[in-house]
Design a protein around this ligand. Sequence first.
Ligand SMILES: [Ca+2]
Ligand SMILES: [Ca+2]
Length: 90
Amino acid sequence: MKMVAALLGSASLFSVLVIAKGSIEAAQADTAAPTANPAAPVFNQLDRNADGKLSFLEARQDARLIDTFYRMDLDLDGFLSPYELGRLSN
Ligand SMILES: [Ca+2]
Ligand SMILES: [Ca+2]
C-alpha cells in the first residue's frame, strides 16, 4: 500500500512539473510573439534560428517575401521584424 502511495505521489509531482514547464513555454512564446500581430504564426515558422528577426535566407521560404523583402525592411537593418512582416497583409 505504501508503494502505491509513493507511485501516486511521484505521478502527481510529475504532472506538476509538466504543467509548470508548459506554463514557462507559454510565457516565453508570449514574449516572442505578440498576440495582436496576425503575422506572428508565420513569422515564428519562418524564423528558423528563433532570434526574433527574419534574414533574407529565412524569409525566402515564403515566395511572397522574395520580391518584397527589402521593401518591407522599413528600418533597413537587413532583417524583417514581426512588425515589418505584419505589414504584408495590408
Ligand atoms: Ca532569424
Ligand atoms: Ca528591419
